[in-house]
Design a protein around this ligand. Structure first.
Ligand SMILES: [Zn+2]
Length: 398
């Protein structure tokens, strides 16, 4: 076993293509380039691997056949979204937008407009946090001018139209997602075979996809696939540790009742639930036979390194006590202070510490078997520093 590489990277260009050209912070190819640049100084210690894309049979380890068929067919059209709003969101949004359209050009107080816009934002946010009312209506408070956008008018004009979530149907993304899933499945198989030890797949960790639906830029749930493969390969507990600043809802829902899947998740809570700077245990404590081996902590806005690491210590003890024989680690760095998708005050040092500790748990209990996934991170400088910190931690366990 001593000749296993210290850390193996799957970062072929096909995975790097995952991205949405509509979003300035999610350009295809950029996050992979950022990663490779960030770890160039550790290149001699890294080995590289590649794998073919996952086929339908491989994806069905986690996903329903209907989901795979829907995603594939819809993405082939290069149009629309995979995560359309449910009927009640569409109906309420249409009512609110109609009220604004009626007011368009007629005397209505700024206060009334603000109230309607506020409810529209809240309605949309409950469905998809990144979908903002600005896509449907623009409001210039200074000029007291409101305007329904072209997209808003089209939505109002067609009573059957659905609001689209941000997971646009794109053939290029679907192909990249299959490469991501192919890479994590190849990694689990080769780790299980004793060929590889620790693996990092930077463009991976799409934890919001559910077994039967896409959500929040996530088509297929590669952590879920990795967990399923590890459950088949090993008899003992499989740990899923998720420090991406968003809750790993797709993984949690899929394995909430699973007695052998240990989940430790730390994410940003809504200000209505967690005070700024605070930490709360959440209700994601498992179901049925899964109760007792799931723990999730929500941190408030503005969490500092010191407070975060206190919270992490709790999760580390929890995972250690479970003695996992395989670890899947979603190492999203979108909790960094510089990231546009969160409200935290964290520095890369947090992610280096956590990666080091996760690697140490793997060494103690799992003969080093660890699959780390890059997860979120949407600001280039922070992303580079964050992923470089993760790689340092994985290379140098305590
Ligand atoms: Zn995230």
């Amino acid at each position: 076993m001593t000749d296993r590489p210290k850390l193996t990277i799957y970062a072929a260009p096909e995975l790097g293509a995952y991205g949405y050209s509509e979003k300035p912070w999610y350009q295809p190819g950029e996050r992979r380039q950022t990663f490779l640049g960030a770890v160039a100084d550790r290149a001699p210690e890294l080995s590289h691997a590649e794998a073919p894309p996952a086929d339908d049979a491989a994806l069905s380890l986690f996903h329903t056949p209907d989901h795979i068929a829907w995603v594939t067919a819809r993405c082939a059209t290069d149009q629309g979204s995979l995560d359309e709003a449910p009927p009640q969101v569409n109906a309420r949004s249409r009512q609110l937008l109609a009220a604004i359209a009626d007011a368009d050009g007629s005397p209505v107080t700024a206060e009334q407009l603000t109230q309607v816009l506020g409810e529209l934002d809240a309605t949309l946010a409950a469905f998809a946090p990144f979908l903002q009312s600005e896509e449907l209506v623009t409001y210039d408070g200074a000029a007291d001018a409101v305007e329904i956008t072209e997209a808003g008018r089209a939505f109002l004009a067609d009573p059957d139209a659905s609001l689209g979530g941000p997971t646009y149907a794109r053939a290029g993304v679907e192909q990249a997602a299959r490469y991501v899933c192919g890479a994590v499945l190849d990694a689990v198989a080769r780790i299980a075979a004793g060929e590889l030890r620790k693996v990092f797949v930077p463009i991976a960790g799409f934890h919001h996809a559910h077994r039967d639906r896409a959500r929040m830029y996530c088509l297929y749930n590669d952590p879920g696939l990795a967990i399923e493969a590890a459950l088949s390969a090993f008899d003992g507990p499989v740990a899923y540790i998720d420090v991406d600043i968003h809750h790993g809802d797709g993984v949690y829902e899929a394995f909430a009742a699973h007695p052998r899947v240990v989940i430790a998740d730390i994410h940003e809570g809504h200000p209505s639930e967690v005070a700024a700077g605070g930490v709360e245990r959440t209700g994601f404590v498992g179901l049925g036979e899964g109760i007792g081996n799931k723990r999730a902590l929500a941190v408030g806005h503005g969490t500092t390194d010191a407070a975060y690491l206190d919270a992490w210590d709790d999760l580390e003890d929890f995972v250690r006590a479970a003695k996992p024989c395989f670890i899947v680690f979603e190492a999203g760095v979108d909790g960094l202070a510089t990231d546009p998708m969160s409200h935290q005050a964290l520095t890369p040092a947090v992610f280096e510490h956590v990666a080091r500790r996760v690697a140490a748990i793997a060494d103690t209990h799992a003969d080093g078997r660890l699959l780390a996934l890059g997860g979120g991170g949407y600001e280039a400088t922070g992303l580079a520093a964050g992923w470089a910190a993760v790689v340092r931690g994985l290379l140098d366990p305590d």
